[in-house]
Design a protein around this ligand. Structure first.
Ligand SMILES: Cc1cc2nc3c(=O)[nH]c(=O)nc-3n(C[C@H](O)[C@H](O)[C@H](O)COP(=O)(O)OP(=O)(O)OC[C@H]3O[C@@H](n4cnc5c(N)ncnc54)[C@H](O)[C@@H]3O)c2cc1C
Length: 300
């Protein structure tokens, strides 16, 4: 099906994008990679009357490593991040970028668009909540920065006002002896995951877990920070018993819906498995080991 008619506007600056959003009203939408918006328009599940293209605004696609953090311009494509040596400093971020959909989607889709879309099945929110992440938003009053926790309000709902643009994402670099992993289970590459899990650990010595963040994806209306699961690891050795207890707590924290990707019970079982897997990979990475990880497909 074709999208309903709309007008197209190309913003040359952030100020112009904001002005256009104000002038064209509530039915106008920004477009970045178009990988969420265009399919929804073609299915006529959304009918914006105007699209404001932000792809020609300079300076929004840089990936930088200023002191103590990584910074991603909102227009950084998933594939830019996948192939970035700067982004690879935090392996969990590489896992996420490299696993999203297929190469066509990764070449177009952007980190800013993913966060603004706030799709509960999307990968970036799950991955970035395992790290200390803030989001830069530009609007009529200028720039403001908000934590990712406060940015995501609900399924497909963010803190962003209609006349604001996401301009960048900051991720604090984890301390020494830290490691993380983002793993997902999907039916095939060009679909969203059935479940996903992101884990970031800091160790003391080789076995003791000093700090843990565990985030569950696709099993609730937003990504879920599994704080009870984190408590099962914090201050404890990463032995089989404690990892199993964390996985069980994660299963308890999940609140999935049955859908074409699987029953709620199947997703609860899968999330426990994925959390265990992510903890194991994160722990090995925290000791300096290079471990390949990422999205896994049914039947492989
Ligand atoms: C076949 C397919 C499979 C996919 N599989 C996955 C998957 O496995 N995992 C996953 O995470 N994602 C997946 N996606 C989605 C993909 O990652 C999209 O890139 C992402 O959701 C949206 O980014 P975008 O740049 O394409 O945004 P767009 O589609 O351009 O925009 C999405 C929404 O965000 C708004 N927006 C965009 N940029 C900004 C900005 N800078 N500031 C404010 N608002 C903005 C738009 O107005 C729109 O409402 C898939 C997409 C397709 C088509």
């Amino acid at each position: 099906m074709y999208a309903a008619p709309f007008s197209y506007h190309r913003a040359a600056s952030l100020a112009e994008a904001v002005k256009l959003l104000q002038e064209l009203g509530e039915d106008a939408r920004l477009i970045a990679g178009g990988q969420s918006l265009i399919p929804l328009m073609k299915m006529r599940m959304t009918r914006p009357t105007a699209l404001i293209d932000i792809n020609f605004i300079p300076g929004l696609n840089e990936i930088q490593s200023p002191k103590g953090e990584l910074r991603f311009g909102a227009l950084s494509r998933h594939s830019d991040i996948e192939n970035s040596t700067v982004a690879a400093e935090i392996p969990l971020i590489h896992d996420c970028a490299a696993g999203i959909a297929d190469v066509q989607v990764r070449n177009q889709g952007t980190i800013g668009g993913s966060l603004a879309e706030a799709d509960p099945s999307g990968d970036w929110v799950t991955a970035l909540l395992a790290l200390e992440t803030t989001v830069d938003c530009f609007g009529p009053a200028g720039q403001r920065t908000v934590t990712l926790e406060s940015f995501i309000k609900d399924a497909f709902t963010t803190d962003l006002a209609h006349d604001e643009v996401v301009t960048g994402v900051h991720v604090k670099k984890p301390p020494k002896s830290s490691g993380g992993a983002h793993v997902a289970f999907k039916r095939s590459a060009p679909v969203y995951p059935t479940v996903s899990a992101a884990v970031q650990l800091t160790l003391e010595g080789k076995e003791l877990c000093k700090e843990a963040r565990i985030v569950l994806g696709c099993v609730g209306l937003t990504a879920i920070r599994a704080k009870e699961a984190e408590a099962e690891l914090r201050g404890k050795p990463l032995n089989e018993k404690n990892v199993q207890a964390a996985a069980e707590a994660a299963r308890g924290a999940a609140d999935p819906q049955s859908d074409m990707r699987g029953s709620a019970e199947y997703k609860r079982l899968m999330i426990a498995t994925m959390v265990k897997r992510a903890i194991r990979i994160a722990a090995r990475r925290a000791t300096g080991e290079h471990v390949e990880a990422g999205h896994e497909y049914a039947g492989r």
